[in-house]
Each structure stands twice: as C-alpha cells, then as structure tokens.
Design a protein around this ligand. Structure first.
Ligand code: PLP
Length: 447
C-alpha cells in the first residue's frame, strides 16, 4: 500500500507538471488518482476502493479488467501488434462480422475508427457524399464528441467556443417531457409535437439541403432521456420522406448499456448509419466505428471513399472487441444489464426519489439511469444552472466519493451507469451511499 501511495503521489506531481487535460482550465483541477481496477471497482491514490457507478466515461460495459479480454489483448500483442488498414486481417474481419451480426437491418459493413467522435465525423462525411447535400440536423441536449464536426453536432455548451457558424449544423429540440419545450403534459403529446417541430425545421431549412439527422438513440451525457414511444419511428419516416440519412449515435447507448445490444432494438428502428465506440470493447484499447447500410455502402463500390486512419481496425483493439462481444454473449451480460435495471436500479432509485425532495425525476433503463436534481420540485429549478456546476452539486458528488462511490455527474444530474456486469449486491451498496449523498443535496434546498 505504501509503495502504491508513493507511486500515486509521483503520478500526481508529474501530471500537474506535464499532462494537459480535456475540457479543463488546467490550473483549476486536481485529478483524482486511479491505480487499479477490477470488476465494478477502482482504487484511488490512497488505496481506497470505490464502486464505479460511472464505468469511467460510461465505457467499461464488461467491467474492469475482464480476464478474457486481457488474455485476448496479450495473445494478440504476442502475435501481431499492428497492421495497416489496407490489408485483410483475421481479428479485424471477425470483429466486423460480430458487430454486423448484431446491428439491425442491412447495416452489414463496418468502417473502424479510433473512437466515437471520429465515427461521427465519418458518418457525416458518408451521408454528405451519399446525398450530395451538406446540412446536418441534430438536437439540443446531446453530445457527439470533441473533434471539429462532432463538437459542432453536439447540443451542449461545450460547442459554443468551437462553433464559428460555418459547420453546416442546425439544432432542433428533441423530446424531453420533464422539461418540455412543447408545453406537453403526456408522452404522446411530447412525441407528436416534437415530430411536428422537426418536420417544420426540415421544411423551413429546405429538405433538399439536408444530408443527415444525427441522433443519440438515448441521449446520454445530456441526461439519459428515453425517447417517447413512436418518436424514433417518426424520425425514420421523416428521413424517408425527405431523402435524409438517419445516423444513430450509439457510442454510449450501444453494446448493452440500455439492456439490449443496441438501443434502436428497443424500438425496432433501423437507421442508415450507426456509430459505436466505448462498449464495443469496453475501451480497453481505443476503438470506434460506423455500421453502414447496403445502399450507402454501394455508393462507394466504384467511387473511392475519401477517408481513412492509420489505425482503422487496429488488431489490439479489434482482438479486444472480439473477446468482449464473445464474453458478453457467453455470460449474458446484456441480459444482466436489462434485469438489474428493471429489478434493482429502477425500483431502488424510485424509492430514493420518494424520500429525497432534491430528486426531481428518475429516468432510464438497463444500466443507464439519471437522477435529475432540483432546488424545487414544483418549479423544477435545477440544482445547478444549465451548463454550470453549483456548491450543492459539488457537495453531493463529494459525499458520494467519501462514501466510496464514483458517480458520473453532469450539471444538475447524477447518472447511475455502472458496468453491465454489476451485481444486485453492488447496486444496493451504491444506492446506500447515494441515499446519504442525497441527504446532503436535500440540505441545500431553500426553506
Ligand atoms: N457520441 C456519444 C453519444 C458519446 O457519449 C461520446 C463520448 O462520450 C462520443 C460520441 C465521443 O466519443 P469519443 O470520446 O470516443 O470520441
């Protein structure tokens, strides 16, 4: 333990001197150390064990340090560490087959990228070339990645400093009944009005100018808003009516997170392109990609696709994907996510919401849940303003950590997004810590 502490202290010191962190004012952060992980747990720089209710950045769907995935990476490293994308390679081919087997409809060709942002970059590029149109529609309250096109697709404040008005992206409002933009009181009204709004945006922007609509099937970082029944089917119909490519971003919502292989399976809708990353190999080695429909793939049968990456289908990453998908299938990891969500997380969070006035809404499925925290249940004023943090939220997060729980927090929300392998007992342990943390949140409420 002492050695681990010394190592963690040195890592912190070097980090502060040399590491430049994502999305941060560099002088204002003090990154927590992580020295080890296993299953649903991680260990911090002081040797304390924390239950990982964040799955890091919602990517360790198979849990930390799964032995079959580690062994596959080790075997592949000993056999062939790297191979350029123009060659055929056994693990890349097998990973593509296993993914294509699970994606809906005729999404049977896979273009591999290094992560989710570049998957979305390429999906948009394919849609633009396929349609000969440039404009792309995406929703407010969404996250699609940090590269130039992907951050401009994004509907959250991180886009603002990167938006120079020339991205060709137009944002619209998606369904979100709790904070309805459409003055709706029921899911049916929200669904109908959100579709009507999207139809009007398309007609006002000019259907012949729009290449694609990009939608997270269940918006993740922006709040885990499950679309009302019929919404995605309606989007599919609008895309068909106007000749627009439907791109489903399943980077976070895919590979078991919602209790199905892909969240579009929940509603039986087939997009034209589907982007994935994260859970495809739980992030053990960086990997993402685009699953491509037959019609779009055919566009590039005799016309070169103008895009590529040195590491497209990297063997360490695709070997990890083969092992991850195979182990998830053998161990019914997706079924576990579905059952734990329905039987333990959902009821447990509903019970917390009953007792804690700071909880405005609980929503989710599988191992993909959000607690929307509010200062006032009647006005629904959030516990931190849009795009910002607050002392109350910081205290809730600190209480989670001191209780031994690593949460995923964003603005006024705590997300409960453990690995898909999480056990009922682990969930109950986490809910006990959350219970105490929400009491800290309640104490911030006025009156
Ligand atoms: N799309 C969604 C829905 C995501 O949640 C993320 C990452 O959180 C991305 C895209 C970007 O993925 P990456 O960080 O691998 O580039």
């Amino acid at each position: 333990v002492e050695d681990a502490r010394v190592e963690a202290a040195r890592a912190y010191d070097l980090d502060r001197r040399h590491v430049f962190h994502s999305w941060s004012a560099q002088a204002e952060i003090s990154p927590m150390g992580i020295t080890a992980s296993a299953g649903s747990y991680v260990w911090d720089g002081d040797g304390r064990r924390l239950l990982d209710f964040s799955s890091m950045l919602v990517n360790t769907n198979i849990g930390h340090q799964h032995p079959r995935v580690i062994a596959a990476i080790q075997r592949q490293a000993a056999k062939l560490c790297t191979v350029a994308p123009q060659y055929a390679n056994d693990v890349r081919s097998e990973a593509a087959r296993l993914i294509a087997e699970r994606t809906p409809g005729d999404l049977d060709k896979i273009f591999f990228t290094n992560g989710g942002a570049d998957a979305n970059e390429h999906a948009v590029r394919m849609a633009r070339l396929h349609t000969g149109r440039r404009k792309v529609l995406t929703r407010y309250r969404s996250y699609h990645g940090g590269t130039d096109t992907a951050i401009n697709l994004t509907g959250d404040p991180r886009r603002w400093p990167n938006d120079h008005g020339d991205s060709g992206v137009v944002h619209f409002f998606g369904p979100f009944l709790y904070r309805s933009r459409f003055h709706a009181e029921t899911e049916e009204q929200e669904c109908a009005r959100a579709l009507d709004h999207l139809d009007e945006v398309i007609r006002m922007e000019g259907p012949s100018t729009i290449a694609a609509i990009v939608l997270e099937t269940i918006p993740g970082t922006a709040g885990i808003m499950i679309p009302p029944p019929g919404y995605l089917r309606g989007v599919r119909e609008l895309c068909d009516r106007y000749g627009i490519v439907y791109i489903a971003d399943e980077v976070m919502a895919g590979f078991g997170r919602s209790g199905t292989w892909f969240s579009v399976d929940l509603v039986g809708v087939t997009p034209d392109l589907l982007t994935f990353a994260k859970g495809v190999n739980s992030g053990y080695v960086p990997l993402g990609g685009v699953a491509i429909s037959a019609a779009i793939a055919a566009t590039f049968d005799h016309r070169p696709y103008p895009g590529g990456l040195t590491y497209s289908g990297h063997p360490l990453a695709t070997a990890a994907a083969v092992a991850t998908i195979t182990a998830m299938a053998d161990e019914d990891v997706v079924g576990n996510a579905s059952r734990i969500g329905a039987e333990v997380i959902g009821p447990g969070l509903a019970e917390l919401a009953d007792r804690h006035p700071s909880v405005g809404e609980v929503r989710g499925c599988g191992v993909f849940w959000a607690l929307e925290l509010v200062r006032d249940r009647t006005t629904r004023e959030p516990l931190a303003p849009y795009g910002a943090s607050s002392a109350a939220m910081n205290d809730v997060v600190a209480a989670c950590r001191s209780g031994g729980l690593l949460p995923f927090a964003n603005v006024n929300r705590i997300h409960v997004v453990p690995p898909c392998t999480v056990t009922a007992e682990e969930v109950r342990e986490g809910l006990t810590v959350l219970d105490a943390a929400l009491t800290v949140g309640d104490a911030h409420l006025p009156g």
